[in-house]
Design a protein around this ligand. Structure first.
Ligand code: COA
Length: 259
């Protein structure tokens, strides 16, 4: 598919989605949100795609937030609609994707940009990346899931401080807070992310989907454990588990089919 605000490419079964509005620091306007929804749809539906990377064009920004220039005419109803549409069509769809979607954060990840990275399954960042939820500077609060996902990752007190001060924090701070998995030089960012995905591609795809489902449904009550038990059991109805176990016993590499 051709997009107005996104660049996409498929390399070794990795779909790379680049938000391409560098002159506006890749801010999320209505078209970007619509196109991201379609691009994530491709991840779900295209069998050639085994995983995806989301990144930003240029060296300065991943995504500097929702497009502030669209906000002036908003009222409560349209504000709520914007948040709901974005959450349902993009952020939740990324989080619940059956295939891994990794954020390669190459610069500013502010507001909706930070939230989009948080919706991905994990985050690799370049040394110059800067994170933040600066909505309070505009009289707003995060609306694309930031209050929920950031709190889950960093805990209540740190989330309160980060969201109330709106302060930016570095990639190394983000790593220390448990937001970022790895910090690398900017020119290594895509390669490092691809390397991790190439390891994941050797694993059983249906098991990977179930990992995403169960970890996303983390719930430190019996419900969480029960869900894991159910999904663990389901693995035994796949062809891949037979292949994986047989390959181990035959001392060879497994050849998974995703069935
Ligand atoms: N929405 C719309 N446009 C944005 C934007 C956003 N979130 N973030 C940056 N831009 C635009 C700027 O208006 C500017 O456009 P212009 O050249 O037509 O004036 C262009 O991108 C470059 O940004 P600029 O502010 O000149 O770059 P900078 O290096 O001085 O500052 C930031 C970078 C990220 C600190 C600054 O752009 C910023 O604070 N952006 C807003 C971040 C934010 O509040 N996000 C949450 C939104 S809810």
């Amino acid at each position: 598919m051709n997009y107005q605000t996104l660049l996409t490419s498929l390399e070794n079964n990795i779909f790379i989605i680049t938000i391409n509005r560098p002159e506006k620091l890749n801010a999320l306007n209505r078209i970007v949100i619509e196109e991201l929804s379609a691009a994530i749809g491709e991840v779900y539906n295209n069998n050639e795609i085994k995983s995806a990377i989301i990144t930003g064009a240029g060296e300065k920004a991943f995504i500097a937030g929702a497009d502030i220039s669209e906000f002036l005419s908003f009222d409560s109803t349209s504000g709520e609609e914007l948040a709901r549409r974005g959450q349902q069509n993009v952020f939740d769809k990324i989080e619940n994707s059956p295939k891994p979607i990794i954020a390669a954060v190459n610069g500013f990840a502010l507001g909706g940009g930070c939230e989009l990275a948080l919706a991905c399954h994990f985050i690799i960042a370049s040394e110059n990346a800067k994170f933040g939820q600066p909505e309070v500077n505009l009289g707003l609060i995060p609306g694309y899931g930031g209050t929920q996902r950031l709190t889950q990752l960093v805990g209540k007190n740190r989330a309160m401080q980060l969201i109330m001060t709106g302060e930016m924090f570095s990639a190394t701070d983000a790593q220390q807070f448990g937001i970022v998995n790895k910090v690398v030089a900017q020119n290594e960012l895509l390669n490092e992310t691809k390397k991790i995905l190439s390891v994941i591609h050797t694993k059983a795809p249906l098991a990977i989907s179930k990992v995403i489902e169960v970890v996303n449904n983390f719930d430190h009550t019996q419900q969480g454990y029960d869900f894991e038990i159910k999904k663990f059991g389901e693995c035994f109805s796949t062809e891949d588990v037979k292949e994986g176990v047989t390959a181990f016993l035959e001392k060879r590499k497994a050849n998974f089919k995703g069935k």
